[in-house]
Design a binder for this molecule. Structure first.
Ligand code: HEM
Length: 495
C-alpha cells in the first residue's frame, strides 16, 4: 500500500515537473505571440469544446463541401500588423502576410527552419520528396531539380504547352457544338496532366477521359493522405495504425500501387533511352536517391505541376467568360505581337495585358492559399527588434497577402489590369511562395498558363453559363466547387 502511494506521488510530481518545464518553455512563445492579434472565432453556434479542440480550424473549413465562407473569414482576420496568431488544434501559429514580415521569414537560412511535423502526416507519401526535406538535404535535392525547371528547359517544353492547348481548343469547340454549356475542368485537367507527364517525365500517355480522371484521383489520394475532414465516418481511417484496414486506407493502397507501376514504367523507359537531359534518367544515374525517393519526387512533381496549373487555367477561363471585351483585347494584343514577328514563347515571357491578367487570376484565386507551416529551430530577431523565439511556428498566408488592403487597392475586386497599372511591393504577390523555398516550377507554371490562354483565345469565344453557380472549394488547390460551365463557340475574326 505504502509503495502504491509512493509511486502515485512520484508520478504526480513528475507530471507537475513536466508541466512546469513546458510552461516555462512556452512563456517566451506566449509573450511573443501576444504582439500579434488573435482573431475571434466567428460562429456563435459552435460549442466551446469544439472551439477549444479545433481552434480556428473550424473557421478555416466552414460549410461542408465548400470553403468559400472559411476564406471569407480568413480575409476578415487580416490586420495592419501584417501577421496574426491562429490556433490550429491546440497549437498556436503566426500567419504572416505583410511584405516586410514575409521577406524576413522566407529569407531565413534553410538550416534555421523546419517544416511542421504534424503536416507531414497529411502528406505521408511525399515525406521523402524535396518538399519535405530540410537544411543541407533539401539544398542538395533542390540543386538536382532546378536545371530541369530553368527557362532553357521550359523553352524545350513550350511545344508541348502549345500543341496541348491546340488539342484542348479542338475538344472544347467540339463539346460546345451542341449549343449546351460545357463543364471545362475535366478537359483542362486532362491537358495539364498529360503535358506534365510528357514534358518533364518523357512519357506520352494515351488516356481516355475516364482513365485520366482516375489517374488524377490516384495522385490526389496518394499525395494527401490523412485529410483534415471533419466527418466521423470510416472511424478506422482516423487511427494511423488501423488506417490500412479502413475503406480510405484500401483506396490509398490501390492508388499507390497504380502509381508505383506508372513510376516504374517511367524509370524503365528512361533507363533505356539513357538521356541525361531526361529527369527520370538523371535521378537514377546522377543522384544517390533510392527508387522510393525518386517515386516520392515524381508524385510530388506531377501533383504540384499539374493540379496548380489546371486550377489557374480554369479560373482564368471563368473570368474571361464574364468579360467578352477583355477576350477581344487579349486577342488584339496577340495579333499585334504576331504582326511584329514576336512568337508566342517570347510573347508569354513579356509584360503585357496577358501577363497582368494571369497574375491577377493567381492573386485573386491563390490556388495554393498557404504554405506548409514552419517552425524556428533557433531564436531570431526581427527587423523591428522583436525576438521570435525557438519553436515559433509560422505559416505564409498567400491568401492573406493577396487580400491585404495595405498591399492592394480594393483587393476583393478582380482587376485584370492591376499589374499593369500598379507598382506591387516585392513579396506582396507570392502565388509561388517566396525566398529560397519558392516553387521550383514557377517558370513552368507561368509559361504554361499564359500559353494555353493565348492559344485558346485565338480559336474560341467563351460565354458564362450564368445558371451554373460557382463557389470556391479546396481539393488539393483552390478549385471551383462543381466546376465551371461555359458556352464555347469558334472565334469570329473581327477582333
Ligand atoms: C500555378 C502553378 C503553381 C503554383 C501556384 C505553385 C505553388 C507552389 C507553392 C506555394 C510552393 C511552396 C510550398 C511550400 O513550401 O509549402 C510550391 C513548391 C513547389 N512546387 Fe509549385 N506551384 C505551381 C507550379 C508548379 C510546377 C509546374 C511544378 C513542377 C514542374 C511545381 C513544383 C513544385 C515543387 C517541387 C515544390 C517544392 C519546392 C521546395 O520545397 O524546394 N510547382 N509551389
Amino acid at each position: 500500500m505504502q509503495n502504491f502511494f509512493f509511486l502515485a506521488f512520484l508520478a504526480i510530481f513528475l507530471l507537475a515537473l513536466l508541466l512546469l518545464k513546458n510552461t516555462l518553455k512556452n512563456r517566451e512563445l506566449t509573450a511573443f505571440y501576444k504582439n500579434f492579434q488573435t482573431p475571434e472565432i466567428g460562429n456563435k453556434s459552435d460549442s466551446l469544446i469544439k472551439k477549444l479542440i479545433f481552434g480556428h480550424l473550424i473557421d478555416f473549413s466552414r460549410e461542408s463541401g465548400s470553403t468559400s465562407a472559411g476564406f471569407d473569414w480568413r480575409r476578415k482576420c487580416i490586420t495592419e500588423t501584417g501577421a496574426h496568431v491562429i490556433r490550429f488544434f491546440s497549437r498556436k501559429m503566426l500567419v504572416i502576410y505583410s511584405p516586410e514580415i514575409v521577406q524576413f521569414f522566407t529569407n531565413l537560412d534553410a538550416e534555421l527552419v523546419e517544416k511542421s511535423q504534424n503536416f507531414k502526416r497529411i502528406f505521408n507519401n511525399l515525406t521523402s520528396s524535396v518538399l519535405f526535406k530540410e537544411g543541407k538535404d533539401w539544398k542538395a535535392d533542390r540543386k538536382h531539380f532546378e536545371p530541369f525547371c530553368f527557362y532553357d528547359m521550359v523553352k524545350k517544353y513550350a511545344s508541348y504547352f502549345y500543341s496541348g492547348a491546340q488539342d484542348l481548343s479542338t475538344k472544347l469547340l467540339d463539346a460546345g457544338k451542341s449549343g449546351k454549356s460545357v463543364l471545362v475542368d475535366q478537359l483542362v485537367q486532362e491537358l495539364t496532366l498529360k503535358t506534365l507527364m510528357a514534358s518533364l517525365l518523357g512519357i506520352e500517355l494515351d488516356l481516355s477521359e475516364e482513365e485520366s480522371k482516375q489517374l488524377n484521383d490516384d495522385f490526389i489520394t496518394v499525395s494527401m493522405t490523412m485529410k483534415l475532414d471533419k466527418s466521423l465516418g470510416d472511424i478506422l481511417a482516423k487511427i494511423p495504425l488501423l488506417r490500412r484496414f479502413s475503406k480510405k486506407g484500401q483506396k490509398e493502397k490501390a492508388a499507390f500501387e497504380n502509381l508505383r507501376n506508372l513510376v516504374d514504367q517511367i524509370l524503365d523507359q528512361a533507363a533505356n533511352t539513357k538521356k541525361i537531359s531526361d529527369l527520370a534518367f538523371y535521378l537514377q544515374k546522377k543522384t544517390k536517391m533510392t527508387r522510393d525517393e525518386i517515386a516520392a519526387n515524381i508524385f510530388l512533381f506531377t501533383m504540384a505541376g499539374h493540379e496548380t496549373n489546371k486550377s489557374s487555367i480554369v479560373w482564368a477561363l471563368y473570368e474571361l467568360a464574364k468579360d467578352p471585351e477583355l477576350q477581344k483585347q487579349l486577342v488584339e494584343e496577340f495579333n499585334q505581337k504576331k504582326a511584329l514577328g514576336i512568337d508566342i514563347l517570347t510573347y508569354v515571357q513579356q509584360e503585357s495585358l496577358l501577363s497582368s491578367f494571369v497574375s491577377e487570376v493567381q492573386r485573386f484565386y491563390s490556388v495554393a492559399p498557404e504554405i506548409v507551416p514552419r517552425t524556428l529551430k533557433r531564436s531570431v530577431t526581427m527587423p523591428n527588434g522583436l525576438v521570435a523565439p525557438k519553436g515559433t511556428t509560422f505559416m505564409l498566408g498567400i491568401w492573406e497577402s493577396h487580400m491585404n488592403p495595405t498591399s492592394y487597392f480594393e483587393p476583393e475586386k478582380f482587376n485584370p489590369r492591376r499589374f499593369l497599372d500598379n507598382d506591387i511591393a516585392k513579396n506582396a504577390f507570392i502565388p509561388f511562395s517566396a525566398g529560397q523555398r519558392k516553387c521550383v516550377g514557377y517558370k513552368y507554371g507561368i509559361t504554361q498558363v499564359r500559353t494555353v490562354i493565348a492559344t485558346l483565345l485565338e480559336k474560341c469565344e467563351f460565354k458564362l453559363d450564368t445558371a451554373h453557380h460557382v463557389n470556391m472549394t479546396r481539393v488539393m488547390t483552390m478549385n471551383p466547387h462543381n466546376g465551371v460551365k461555359l458556352f464555347i463557340s469558334p472565334r469570329k475574326n473581327d477582333a
